[in-house]
Write a protein that binds this ligand. Structure first.
Ligand code: AMP
Ligand code: MN
Ligand code: MN
Ligand code: MN
Length: 285
């Protein structure tokens, strides 16, 4: 099971990816993924399509979501895996987060206008198209298309990352809520890409303590956002906090995402893969 090519973190055009769930499933299969999860931000609208596409292609599927949460003034992402996608409390919690995104997007637009980049709110909404939600990714794609920046990574570096002019504070769900909804729906909560948060060591220890304390059971050790040293550091953290380990590319878009679907090393043998605890939840054709 360690050597299974599992990719348990990816996005479709229902959130801030650019491929439809069916196209993403086909791409995962082409890249050799054997167990896949579509983990759109704050939405389950793609789950049935992803599950059916995976079944038609003969790859395993776990229900998935990436829930936006706040901790110590920063955004933290909690991936949920193997839950019941019809769970009412989970659906209601995600709906509330999506609702909050509209007002936040307006404030991001105002902040960008003050920074000399007018019209970004409208541009982001255009980029979001039929997406269920508007994300910073859509702002970034708009600003690239409008010629202000070379690529989305540049946009984040200069204006959208924490502390930059277009970043506005926002209260997402608490960790307790995010983990509680996932657990309540029968799934496992996974702390996503911990290296991305740039906490101090003390804050990071507090994050892991709180996450495990409210019932989080796994951490993404292998992520498209982690370099080799970070993979090792978070493998150690998984052991220290008794967490299962997950593996996910966080693929969003061809030509934009740096890590392709399924293109990660194998989990270190000393860790227990999260999918071993979810074996009875895997859907197969
Ligand atoms: P939001 O949920 O609106 O805060 O947007 C967060 C999304 O922005 C993440 O899920 C990523 O898709 C994207 N993102 C965050 N940081 C970066 C970055 N440095 N480079 C590219 N994309 C990023
Ligand atoms: Mn995203
Ligand atoms: Mn994330
Ligand atoms: Mn993600």
């Amino acid at each position: 099971m360690h050597l299974l090519d599992a990719d348990l973190h990816s996005h479709s055009d229902i959130s801030d990816g650019t491929l439809a769930p069916e196209a993403l499933a086909a791409r995962a299969r082409e890249r050799g993924v054997e167990l896949w999860s579509l983990t759109d931000h704050d939405s389950l609208a793609g789950q049935a399509r992803a599950r059916d596409a995976a079944a038609a292609l003969g790859i395993g599927y776990l229900s998935g979501v990436e829930v936006s949460a706040s901790f110590l003034g920063r955004s933290v992402h909690v991936v949920g895996l193997g839950f019941d996608p019809d769970d009412e409390a989970l659906l209601a919690g995600l709906r509330a987060i999506r609702d909050g995104r509209h007002e936040r997007a307006r404030r991001i637009g105002e902040a960008l206008a003050e920074a000399g980049l007018p019209g970004a709110y409208e541009g982001a909404l255009r980029m979001a198209g039929r997406s269920e939600l508007v994300a910073r990714t859509h702002f970034a794609r708009h600003l690239v298309e409008a010629g202000h920046f070379a690529d989305v990574h540049e946009v984040f570096r200069h204006v959208l990352a924490d502390g930059k002019p277009g970043h506005v504070p926002h209260a997402w769900a608490t960790l307790r809520e995010a983990v509680g909804w996932i657990r309540g729906a029968g799934g496992i909560a996974v702390l996503a890409h911990p290296a991305r948060y740039r906490y101090t060591p003390t804050e990071e220890f507090a994050l892991f303590t709180e996450f495990a304390g409210v019932g989080g059971r796994a951490v993404e050790v292998l992520s498209g956002s982690h370099d080799r040293a970070e993979q090792i550091a978070y493998a150690d953290m998984a052991i220290e906090f008794g967490l299962l380990a997950s593996r996910g590319s966080d693929f969003h878009a061809p030509g934009e995402s740096r890590t392709e679907l399924g293109a990660l090393p194998d989990l270190p043998g000393r860790l227990t893969p999260v999918w071993e605890a979810l074996a009875d939840r895997v859907r197969r054709g």
